[in-house]
Design a protein around this ligand. Structure first.
Ligand code: FMN
Length: 369
């Protein structure tokens, strides 16, 4: 009996299984607007059979985009472009679709990966980055020094998180996911390494959590309880003096108390120089620790989960309620069908493709001996 393929109720929505497609930036948008690339990419994932597909990190303001190619939900054009894609996905699947909402902070204004992954140079139309403190992402002259946000700007950003969430509601997704991980703005406030403020938004853990939890609250207020509200958090900075697991558990508790339905536990991303081994299940112990310490909220594990039995074991052992996979879905958008095959379950193949379902297509034994 597979646990991975059992339904799970998050908020008011029951997902068909415990498998989520993790959010993945495509760096292909036009001034924050999705286009045909996103239509093709997300259509393929929509028919993957995953219980939830989470759309890439989408910025709450234009300067909160990571790159010139990142999606946004900060104006009507962005909203209409995303609605076109989500409407198309709706016609392809009954599985849930979510969007991750965030702000890149000091990690904004960078090159798309295939153009270099560094900060935008002077002729690449860079923009002024913003952060809790004027500390660059990493050492080296190429990294922009962000401008420290004023209290008024922080309050404006809280509003922006709420406004983007209202746009997501109009787009019609089932879930929104607060991006508080990977060294982006909310994580920058959370970590003592990037937050050196001396006002109410820096210093103690309570102060460092003030802005992340205010943004989380603005999203909760904008998002109906009948849908799914989640957050992605970074459990470990992998750097000396960084946020601890205890800090993460306090953050997780705050999100649970606000009424968040799930927490996806990731790590890293605060500085380029952080060193850690990305091996199978490397973040699962963090998910298990959050799950143990903060009952009452579903926990999603992510990071180097690539094989069906591996995913099954994480859920069946109770270390997490759900798993999210990113690269495994780029490698093989049919991952869920093949996992179902492995467990002898009916594969969630759309009717148009049923002749290739493993139960009726003998060639499947040749393809996957
Ligand atoms: C192409 C790509 C884009 C990504 N973009 C995002 C993103 O938008 N938001 C996010 O939280 N993580 C992002 N990630 C991280 C993944 O969601 C995931 O946490 C990470 O890749 C580890 O999972 P995996 O081993 O299954 O790939 C991205 C990863 C990849 C490969």
């Amino acid at each position: 009996m597979s646990q991975l393929f059992t339904p799970i109720k998050l908020g008011g929505i029951t997902l068909s299984n415990r498998i989520a497609v993790a959010p993945m930036c495509q760096y292909s948008a036009d001034d924050g607007c999705m286009n045909d690339w996103h239509l093709a990419h997300l259509s393929s994932l929509a028919i993957s059979g995953a219980g939830l597909v989470v759309i890439e990190a989408t910025a709450v303001t234009r300067d909160g985009r990571i790159t010139h190619g990142c999606t946004g939900l900060y104006n009507d054009r962005n909203e209409a472009a995303m609605r076109r894609v989500v409407d198309a996905c709706r016609r392809l699947t009954r599985n849930a679709i979510g969007v991750q909402i965030g702000h890149a902070g000091r990690k904004a204004s960078t090159q798309v990966p295939w153009e270099g992954r560094s900060a935008l140079g002077p002729v690449e139309n860079p923009w002024q980055t913003l952060a809790p403190s004027a500390l660059p992402y990493d050492d080296g002259p190429e990294w922009h020094t962000p401008r420290e946000l004023t209290v008024q700007e922080i309050e404006g950003l809280v509003e922006a998180f709420g406004a983007a969430t209202r746009r997501a509601l109009r787009v019609g997704v089932d879930a929104v996911e607060l991006h508080a991980a990977h060294g982006y703005l909310l994580h920058q406030f959370f970590s003592p390494l990037s937050n050196r403020r001396t006002d109410a938004y820096g210093g103690s853990l309570e102060n460092r959590l003030r802005f992340p939890l205010a943004a989380a609250r603005a999203m909760r207020e904008a998002w109906p309880k009948e849908r799914i509200l989640g957050a992605r958090i970074s459990a470990h900075d992998w750097l000396e003096g960084g946020a601890s697991l205890d800090d993460t558990i306090a953050f997780a508790r705050g999100l649970k108390d606000l009424g968040y339905d799930y927490l996806c536990v990731s790590s890293g991303g605060l500085r380029l120089k952080a060193r850690y081994e990305v091996k199978a299940n490397y973040q699962v112990p963090f998910a298990a620790a959050v799950k143990k310490a903060v009952p009452g909220v579903a926990v999603r594990a992510v990071g180097m989960i690539a094989e069906p039995q591996q995913a099954e074991d994480i859920v069946a052992s109770g270390q997490a309620d759900q798993v999210a996979l990113a690269r495994a879905f780029l490698d093989n958008p049919r991952w869920v069908w093949h996992a179902a095959e492995k467990f002898g379950l009916p594969a969630p193949v759309p009717p148009q493709y049923e002749r290739a379902a493993y139960k009726v297509w003998p060639g499947s034994k040749l393809a996957r001996p």
